[in-house]
Design a protein around this ligand. Structure first.
Ligand code: URP
Ligand code: ZN
Ligand code: ZN
Ligand code: ZN
Length: 543
């Protein structure tokens, strides 16, 4: 029968360990796990001997069909989610971004409308706040209470950045709602001045990208965001931490008791340039993102040192920084934060992921074709920012992490799936193989290999920053809500089969000095009902 499935003899990998068990699935839900299960006749059986059975990947950071910098990202919700599944990812969280004049509520409806009929796997939405107003504040509450949006992204760079007072109000509202505040942390005003100077001096090529946004400009914004968040006791999630100075700042803020989480990018991890035809990939438009990949060779080591002082930083690393390669001067590689020119980044970020300094690997998939990247051929500021990664994230992390011996399979599951489910309050429905969880499952063959190429990938974009990389670890079966979508390597994605998943808000975070013995509180917790605050959730989830 279509709606029943038995997976036998595989190694079931959860974040807390590996067991050899059979899994019985019915109507999209895991119904039984164990040995010698009694199951109805006529159930399809897959033999997973010698393979790992993993919770489907969750990519917490995508931008599908995103109108940005005068271009529209080419992976839409169909091709993006289809590619995700091909690579072993069974859920994505996209950033809804309001058009000029569009309310965030309308933006939410419009994203639902464009995504619902296209998605091949489940998805949720973060909401971007490119401006601040009383109306935005009201609509955040509606999104949280009625539409399952529990995260909001604010920008400190780009023309639509918020000023400090606006950030303060937005964070305060997140705090009241029990939502996660996310920031793109770079000082946009300083970048604008640097850009002016660079262009006036004739620096118009992609190398201007990183020059205009050095590390301390990223770190300054991280610090400012942390300071503001602390004023209003709001948990803060820094998206794409791309430099040692920024990571150091996150670390110091945490040491002072700020509830801050940092995400770094896979692009920053994998940028060793060995797989790419671009001679100096950090200056290739195709590799450009913001903040940039850093040219500082010591960046990852420093990040690791600063983050390793007993601090837990919740960091998303993007698939592109793990395996990405190429020349950042190539306009095709322009993304923000930028990919950094550092050949040691990959290994060191993976070590950070391994030691639980960083918790997540995202893709920041925001793909523009070569011709779109050409928009910036005479002016680096016009290169649409963003790179691919949604399809290759799992394989690249497996290759650079597990196959290389830096990360074990359980940790792989944590950083590619479980931690995202926890941070956006979807655990254990997602990110876990257990009775009652959604049957989003990957049967992973660790001995098989595939070579990443734009010629064979399932994405719409016409190049791939991981071009030529040989990856061990192939998703032979990908089960999405109980249905076998990748079947012995053959992809049979079904448009519209995925659904929108509500992310419930957390109980509002309340600073509780009792729970933070090593820190002196600056003020007392104000709410006795501050049970189960984020710190407790964090303990539950990450200890
Ligand atoms: O350069 C990037 N990261 N492009 C996507 C937009 C963003 O800031 O995440
Ligand atoms: Zn961003
Ligand atoms: Zn390249
Ligand atoms: Zn992004």
């Amino acid at each position: 029968s279509q709606n029943r499935l038995l997976i036998r003899h595989g190694q079931v990998v959860n974040e807390d360990g590996i067991t050899e068990e059979d899994i019985y699935i019915e109507d999209g839900i895991i119904k039984q796990i164990g040995r010698n299960l009694i199951i109805p006749g006529g159930t399809r059986t897959i033999d997973a001997r010698g393979k790992y059975i993993l919770p489907g990947g969750i990519d917490p950071h995508t931008h599908f069909e995103f109108e940005f910098m005068g271009a529209k990202s080419v992976d839409d919700f169909y091709q993006g989610t289809k590619a995700a599944i091909a690579g072993g990812t069974t859920m994505i969280i996209d950033f809804a971004f309001p058009k000029p004049g569009e309310s965030i509520l309308d933006c939410y409806y419009n994203y639902r409308q464009k995504a619902d009929d296209k998605v091949c796997c489940d998805y949720s939405l973060h909401m971007c706040l490119p401006q601040w107003s009383e109306q935005v504040k009201k609509e955040m509450e509606i999104l949280c209470k009625e539409h399952g949006v529990n995260s909001f992204k604010m920008f400190m760079a780009y023309s639509f950045m918020l000023n400090d007072a606006e950030l303060y109000s937005a964070f305060e509202q997140c705090q009241k709602l029990g939502a996660v505040a996310q920031v793109h942390a770079e000082n946009g005003s300083i970048i604008a001045k640097n850009v002016e100077k660079l262009l006036a001096n004739g620096v118009t090529g992609p190398e201007g990208h990183e020059l205009s946004r050095p590390e301390d400009i990223e770190a300054e914004a991280v610090n400012r965001a942390c300071v503001i968040a602390k004023q209003v006791d709001c948990p803060l999630y820094i998206v794409h931490v791309m430099s040692k100075q920024a990571a150091e700042t996150v670390c110091q803020a945490r040491a002072r008791g700020t509830q801050v989480y940092g995400e770094t990018l896979v692009a920053a991890i994998g940028s060793d340039g060995t797989h790419c035809s671009h001679a100096n990939f950090h200056y290739s438009a195709g590799h450009i993102l913001s903040p940039p990949l850093r040219s500082d060779r010591n960046t990852p080591l420093a990040i690791m040192n600063f983050l390793a002082h007993g601090q837990r930083v919740f960091g998303e690393v993007e698939a592109s920084s793990i395996g990405m390669s190429g020349d950042p001067r190539d306009p095709k590689l322009v993304t923000s934060p930028p990919l950094r020119s550092n050949s040691d980044t990959s290994t060191q970020l993976l070590q950070l992921l391994s030691s639980d300094v960083l918790q997540l690997v995202g893709s920041d998939n925001c793909t523009f074709n070569k011709s779109q990247k050409e928009l910036g051929k005479d002016n680096f500021t016009k290169i649409p920012n963003g790179v691919n990664g949604v399809e290759d994230r799992m394989s690249v992390v497996w290759e650079k992490g597990v196959h290389a011996g830096l990360i074990d399979p359980s940790r792989f599951v944590a950083i590619t799936s479980t931690n995202a489910a926890k941070l956006f309050n979807l655990y254990p429905r997602k990110g876990y193989i257990g009775v009652g969880s959604d049957a989003d499952i990957v049967i992973w063959n660790p001995s098989a290999t595939r070579t990443i190429s734009a010629k064979t990938h399932h994405q719409a974009v016409d190049f791939n920053i991981f071009e030529g990389m040989v990856c061990h670890g192939v998703p032979e079966y990908v089960i999405v809500n109980g249905r076998v979508i990748v079947d012995e390597g053959n992809l049979k994605a079904v448009q519209g089969y995925g659904k929108y998943i509500d992310c419930p808000v957390f109980p509002p975070y309340v600073y509780d000095p009792e729970k933070v013995t090593e820190l002196k509180p600056e003020k007392n917790g104000t709410n006795d009902e501050g049970i189960q605050n984020i710190r407790e959730l964090e303990k539950l989830h990450f200890e």
